[in-house]
Design a binder for this molecule. Sequence first.
Ligand code: AMP
Ligand code: GLY
Length: 425
Amino acid sequence: MRVLVVGGGGREHALCWGIARSATVYCAPGNPGTAEIGTNIPAKPTDHAAILDAVQEHGIDLTVIGPEAPLAAGLVDDLTEAGHRAFGPTAAAARIEASKAYAKEVMQAADVPTAGSRTFASESAALDYIAGHPEPLVVKASGLAAGKGAIVCQTRDEARTAAREMFGGKFGDAGKLVVVEEFLTGEELSVLALTDGEQVLLLPASQDHKRIGEGDTGPNTGGMGAYTPVSTATEALLQRVEREILLPVLAQMADAGTPYRGVLYAGLMVGEDGSPAALEFNCRFGDPETQVVLPAADVDVTDHMWRISAGERWEPGESVCPAQRAAVTTVLSAKGYPGTPVKGDEIHLPGEPPQHTLLFHAGTVADDTGTLRTAGGRILCATGLGRDVPEAAALSRRLAEQITFEGRYYRRDIAWREVARAGAP
Ligand code: AMP
Ligand code: GLY
């Protein structure tokens, strides 16, 4: 089977790695890491005609879309209409991520536990609402904002500023609708579920680290690291997530005529009483969660994606897929990230990477002479595998340490919550 992965970051390298175990992989546009395990095709994910041409030219059997933008823009619809198999939601179903206002409507209609919220199309109405609600508050641009559109505001003043900025165009059209919601406390958890729209297969639950600084401090990023398994994500909790959140959302979407097929990513808050609530949904695999979830699970992801994309009867077996090992990934980022990153610096990789590690490329390029250089904010993801999270974390850090480039930055505390729970030093 020939599988094309659309995208070129760390998530797509990890997808290619997982798929290459049972299929021949292509990646558009890919990166120097995906070039080592498959064939890169120079087509932009947003250029649907170029992707369709590549599918024809290379005899691709299945296209898997990594990022949210082409999903929201209807790449799956275009491929399907042209008679090709694609894994991912239609544009209508991808609204679960592309419109937080829509996601809230679905959750409310399906009676799914989530933060109380209101959606506003006018600044004055949002400001009135904020004035009458207790602090802290969370203000969100409804549309796609590269993970930067949710602002946790400790005070009503901050919330007013955030709402004014959003209506003022800070996030472009993504801020035309603004969601103001109640602040939830607890511990966050990411659950990625493969789904045919009715049944689900939950991949091992993970936790990512969104803040740039150690101890989860400083500005938000696309994600500085992730780990799995999470000991608090017990079988009982995951069954509740399935029963109280995932299945009702899928049923609601199917009833509304926009069935969801693909991978549904639930961003959850687990309260002190152990109850899960949905913060958001993404219509794709997480980045960097994929860099730990696929290596931790012995799952033939190609086979599941193939069956789901066909709309045939899919039999996932168990609804929760266990982690067979622990995995931790540390993201190495460029100087300046999450602001404007410095690009073009030479990257030195270890000749002999430590055993039980995997290196996923994200923002790298090979220049004309074949030298590897930095080309983005998040450069590489160093994944360590182990019997437990502390062991995997130590290996991930050891690999990260051995990679050098000017301005290299990484957090040395990825998975700290789990390491503390395990009582390790
Ligand atoms: P979102 O894009 O909606 O997932 O929000 C990004 C981040 O903002 C989440 O990962 C949380 O850390 C935080 N967040 C979002 N909504 C809430 C909420 N209602 N209560 C507390 N934190 C939130
Ligand atoms: N790691 C967060 C995301 O993929 O959205």
